[in-house]
Ligand binder design. Structure first.
Ligand SMILES: NC(=O)c1ccc[n+]([C@@H]2O[C@H](COP(=O)([O-])OP(=O)(O)OC[C@H]3O[C@@H](n4cnc5c(N)ncnc54)[C@H](O)[C@@H]3O)[C@@H](O)[C@H]2O)c1
Ligand SMILES: [Zn+2]
Ligand SMILES: [Zn+2]
Length: 371
């Protein structure tokens, strides 16, 4: 069949909305009619060249939700009409990582950044040439064929336009606070960068009982939103944040700092490490240019103050446990999703959506697909 999809043709380009050919589902796969997709900053890294992929062209989008339109042969557990959220990382349930409660590190995620199947094949093509699918998904496509390892059932009463956010941004931010920072009741937490990811680190820290949550962002609209969604303080810079944190911690620093800056560099992490107390944790969730090396931190001071720098992929969550948890917390009114969507766009306006993200106008922009 044909489907309209947003592609990156080569590293450092822009989104081109083009009609591509889509193959139907094989065993263990689903054909999904995509309803909505969040405009996560990670897809933008494909167009800037910060993230270099193993294969071009690639159809973007990894934060999606939709409806099952066809089920591959011998594929139990799924039927036509099922509502699904797609996890940007697949989980096989059997590998060492899945069996150890680290499903986000599942071996089946190895192809996330080249967008091919485990056997190197493609389900999308353009003029006979294989087109990769970001995270194996391509949620910037009206229809897509995806692995059941990425599919999570969505309850009937959660709108797909907000459910899609749990496939990346919500779980990543929430888990960065709850799992990776291990926020405890009473903690003092700094969240650096409160876009689509950081705002959910604020929600996670609040859920875990932090007494002080300082949201740091140069954009006033982001700071205001963070204050409405659980932050106790807001600051435009880390220096300003330390003016809040120092007197509250006897000058010792925050228990944790979660770095969610859009284009993260080593010096952002160093600021996070400076901001935490002895034995504290700096969580690194943001992504930048993958060729860049180095964090300007004194190794000796890291030792003497016994600080921890902790990378975090999808908030160290297990998608098949944690996405249903996020959806349930939303149903209970304990996790906000509606408030995260600033603007909705048709697929044709995807470059406008990303321009709005760069201009600081969106917490999250969401593509709502037309069919
Ligand atoms: N680790 C993971 O699993 C994972 C998953 C998804 C996204 N990400 C990455 O997380 C990062 C954030 O993504 P997003 O979708 O929230 O992006 P976003 O653009 O919505 O938000 C980034 C925020 O950082 C702010 N910012 C920029 N410079 C800053 C600074 N010096 N100090 C404080 N704030 C600053 C921006 O104003 C913006 O509000 C991206 O790098 C993205 O690729 C990581
Ligand atoms: Zn993402
Ligand atoms: Zn696995």
């Amino acid at each position: 069949m044909k489907t309209k999809a947003a592609l990156v043709e080569r590293s450092a380009g822009k989104w081109e909305v083009t009609e591509v050919d889509l193959d139907g589902p094989r065993q263990g796969e689903l054909l999904v009619k995509m309803v909505a997709s969040g405009l996560c900053h990670s897809d933008d890294h494909l167009t800037t060249g910060d993230l270099q992929l193993g294969h071009y062209p690639i159809a973007g989008g990894h934060e999606g939700a939709g409806i099952v339109e066809e089920v591959g042969p011998d594929t139990p557990e799924w039927k036509v009409g099922d509502r699904i959220v797609m996890s940007f990382l697949p989980g096989c349930g059997r590998c060492r990582w899945c069996a150890s409660g680290m499903q986000n590190l599942c071996d089946s995620g190895a192809r996330t950044l080249d967008g091919t199947r485990a056997d190197g094949s493609f389900r999308m093509s353009l003029d006979g040439q294989g087109v990769g699918q970001m995270s194996g998904l391509a949620t910037f496509s009206q229809w897509s064929t995806v692995s059941v390892l990425s599919a999570i059932h969505c309850p009937d009463d959660v709108p797909l336009e907000v459910a899609c956010l749990t496939g990346c941004g919500v779980g990543t931010g929430w888990g960065s606070a709850v799992n990776s920072a291990g926020v405890r009741p009473g903690d003092v937490v700094i969240v650096m960068g409160v876009g689509g990811i950081g705002i959910n680190a604020v929600q996670g820290a609040s859920h875990a009982g932090a007494s002080v949550i300082v949201a740091v962002d140069p954009v006033e609209f982001k700071r205001g939103t963070a204050l409405r969604l659980g932050a106790t303080h807001a600051a435009a810079t880390m220096a300003e944040a330390m003016e809040v944190v120092a007197p509250l911690t006897n000058g010792q620093g925050a228990d944790s700092c979660i770095v969610c800056v859009g284009v993260t560099r080593g010096d952002h992490v160093a600021q996070g490490v400076d901001a935490i107390r002895k034995g504290g944790t700096c969580v690194l969730t943001g992504i930048g240019n993958m060729a860049e090396v180095g964090i300007p931190v004194s190794p000796t001071m890291l030792t003497l103050f016994q600080k921890r720098i902790q990378g975090s992929l999808f908030g160290a969550s297990s998608p098949s446990k944690d996405i249903p948890l996020m959806l349930e917390l939303y149903r209970q009114g304990r996790l906000r999703l509606d408030e995260l969507v600033t603007t909705r766009y048709p697929l044709d306006k995807i470059n406008e959506g990303y321009a709005d993200m760069h201009a600081g106008r969106n917490i999250r922009g969401v593509i709502v697909h037309e069919h």
